[in-house]
Design a binder for this molecule. Sequence first.
Ligand code: 5AD
Ligand code: SF4
Length: 359
Amino acid sequence: MRENDFDNLLELLASPASMPADAWRRLLAEPDYGQRRQLALLARGVAQSNFSTGVYVRALIEISSYCRNNCNYCGLRCANKLAQRYRLGKDEILGCCRFAATLGFNTFVLQGGEDPVQGDEWLADVVAAIRSEFPEKAITLSVGERTSEGYSLLRNAGADRYLLRHETANAGHYSMLHPHSMSQANRLRCLADLKRLGYQVGAGMMVGSPGQTAEHLVEDLMLLDELQPQMIGIGPFIPATGTPFAGEQPGSVELTLQLISLLRLRFPKALIPATTAVATLCDDGTERAVLAGANVVMPNVTPPSYCEKYTIYDNKKNNGSESAQQLDVLAGKLDKIGYFIDYSRGDFNGGSSARSAVK
Ligand code: 5AD
Ligand code: SF4
């Protein structure tokens, strides 16, 4: 792309003005090698001016591998007979929180499949117990689609944040990735409810999921501009044994990193994790994601005997930088690139939305 055009696009990206589809299209497809490098350097600079060289950590607790849904990409889909199932009880979850607290974590993330046994009331009771034992800690939930009443109950019980990726902004692509029982309309309803209830909300998509085109990614970026999520999680698609997409190719790490940089430039204060999927496909994935503009890592505190069963995709990494037991590994990796672990709660701190309202 001509240097002038590229500079204009970068200026637009950093401005409150709306981004036309074509601007995203060109930023995704056209930069040459030097311009891609420039994108990463700029994104890193923006992250550092907002978060210094700190990377927030969240303790990830995988509370159930049961799921009533049947997403075509996910190893935990209910039709996958090869999946090993477990669910943690209230005391086990509290035990994980206590362990995480001794390690210095200030955010707990409870993530799980849509397990009917862990319904709204049950989970609200667990959240309330965590809240009363740890009044100062942030509680994040990532437990799928629920009713407005369910989200409200959980919020009142003390949950602060909620991760629910939109997966893809394109309705046709959404139906290709999901069974008929799921709809994009309901996913967007959930995200709107969560926002209305005052959660800090995380959205995001897989990169390189089967059937995804560059145009779908443009739609994803436009949807994120509309949603203004406080957290944005993206990671490459990775095939999972026992699913309809088991034989598909994984998504591109390079493209994921490029997207992290574009997101950092567009959402300077957003919380953007270096996801496990990037670390799974690439040994130095965590470091590369941080250098591309990511500022969160979510090490696992689930007991190893359980977390090895939480296989949303094959070979999911659960050691080294992804394991809370090995925080020193993460600290060492970050230190090598000039970063450090920031143990504070790391709330979103960008006013009412990730940028000034974009209309
Ligand atoms: N590859 C990569 N990411 C996946 N997820 C689920 N299955 C896969 C897969 N096969 C992601 C989805 C989901 C998040 C918890 O994990 O985006 O929202
Ligand atoms: Fe269940 Fe989530 Fe996997 Fe879909 S992506 S099958 S909702 S755990």
